[in-house]
Design a protein around this ligand. Structure first.
Ligand code: SF4
Length: 449
């Protein structure tokens, strides 16, 4: 349990504590004297004291420093007690790279000295900032269109997304009709879209005629990049790939997650490694830029299993490989049944992926972190030969305003000059989404007016 006199920061302290994957009973109290801040942490019958100088120009900045020092105090205490350091130090947010941009040219100093981030992770962020240079624009300077098709053939055991088994969902046709209404409304906003991303779920799990209606609605939008997250090989067919090609899709994700048949069965996938390879080759034969997702820390996988998957992906040589670390949230079937792998084991997997991909000519170009990630690590996207996915950069660095269509879509308008973002989340539940579609469209019109 976390006890603190800074009630609004209790969840921030809990996030730091969560990184240590233990039940933690900690009391943290802060006191202020002018621009001095002192923090007392009581943990495991020991008292720790810290003091900081608060340098700020306005109230917002002051709050930011207070939050940072509170997290740092909790982190230092837990490191001292457990004799363990975390790869990302006291950083707990989703977007370390965005934080680096905000810190300006001294960001490395801030990462290593202020937030105690490891040298390896700081180096990783440095490589990503370099790779992103050709794509960076002023925040709010571009727009991207996200389209959500939240259906899958079956539900993977680790899944915590909104995703319905398509065979059990009675409202697929109505959903697609409402989605097309939203897409048409998004077109009427009069924005230029730098990218379109059709995600899921598994967008190609819907029947071909329905997929065609969605693609028909999207195909007259002029854009630099058009991605469809085909996802699972059990839904990829030649007919659907041809449809994507004919409608101007440029990028397709074919996601193996692992190249072990045994693990595919453990995580509830109804296809084999052979299917993945066949569908990957079929997808490549249409000339798409392909991304492959792999996951480190899947149940029952050893370092050798994961190494094999990375080596196999490199042998297939897709343009992009995204290395995720397993993240078990509430809502996933595996949550209760799987022990978290030791941080060291997953760390070794992620380090291997980085080294192997780098020496095969891939560079990391975006990353993000989530709560409950195995080893408290990160998800990193790699690309080769300048094939970075623009949508991933725009959304992760929050430089693009996102017009999201579909259930669970989160639209974001980035007001770069004012350094603020307004968000609008669509309902997660399909029936609620269908009932509220007119309101969703009018709220979005207002957001982007
Ligand atoms: S394919 Fe992705 S969205 Fe669909 S069930 Fe599996 S993890 Fe969830």
């Amino acid at each position: 349990m976390i006890t603190t006199n800074l009630d609004n920061l209790a969840s921030e302290i809990a996030e730091v504590a969560n990184e240590f994957s233990k039940e933690i009973d900690l009391t943290l109290n802060a006191a202020f004297n002018g621009d001095k801040m002192s923090v007392e942490v009581v943990f495991a019958d020991k008292t720790y004291n810290y003091s900081y100088d608060l340098k700020y120009e306005n109230e917002l900045e002051r709050k930011r420093y207070v939050k940072r020092y509170v997290k740092l105090s909790a982190y230092k205490t837990l490191c001292d007690h457990y004799g363990e350091k975390m790869p990302w130090g006291a950083l707990t947010g989703i977007r370390p790279t965005k934080l680096a941009y905000q810190q300006g040219e001294n960001w490395r100093d801030f990462f290593i000295n202020d937030m105690l981030v490891s040298a390896d992770k700081t180096e990783l962020v440095g490589k990503i900032l370099d790779a992103q240079k050709p794509y960076m624009v002023k925040a709010g300077g571009v727009n991207d269109l996200f389209v959500s098709i939240p259906f899958c053939p079956t539900r993977c055991a680790y899944c915590s997304f909104l995703s319905c088994e398509i065979g059990r969902e009675k409202h697929v046709n109505e959903y697609i009709a409402a989605l097309i209404n939203e897409i048409e409304a998004a077109k009427r906003l009069g924005l230029n879209y730098r990218s379109i991303y059709v995600g899921g779920g598994t967008p190609v799990s819907i029947e071909t005629p329905l997929l065609k209606t969605v693609l028909d609605a999207l195909s007259d939008i002029k854009t630099q990049e058009f991605t469809v997250e085909a996802g699972r090989p059990d839904c990829i067919t030649e007919e659907k790939l041809k449809l994507l090609k004919d409608h101007g899709v440029t990028r397709v994700c074919v996601n193996p997650q692992t190249f072990s048949d045994k693990t595919l069965s453990v995580i509830g996938r109804k296809h084999s490694v052979k299917d993945v390879i066949e569908k990957y080759e079929l997808t490549k034969s249409f000339g798409f830029t392909v991304n492959m997702d792999l996951i480190a820390g899947l149940p029952e996988e050893t370092f050798e299993d994961f190494k094999y998957s990375i080596d196999k992906a490199i042998e297939l040589y897709p343009e992009n490989v995204t290395v995720h670390t397993l993240c078990l949230k509430k809502g996933s079937k595996l949550k209760e049944s799987v022990e978290r792998l030791s941080a060291g084991e997953v760390d070794k997997m992620v380090d291997y992926a980085h080294a192997a991909l780098f020496s095969a000519g891939y560079v990391p170009y975006y990353l993000y972190r989530q709560k409950y990630m195995a080893g408290n690590l990160e998800n990193t996207g790699y690309e080769r030969n300048d094939t970075a996915c623009i949508y991933n950069i725009d959304i992760m660095e929050e430089i693009g305003s996102i017009v999201a269509c579909g259930a669970n879509g989160v639209s974001k308008r980035v007001f770069g000059d004012e350094n603020r973002i307004e968000r609008l989340a669509a309902p997660k539940d399909i029936l609620t989404y269908l009932n509220k579609i007119n309101l969703i469209i009018s709220d979005k019109n207002e957001l982007f007016a």
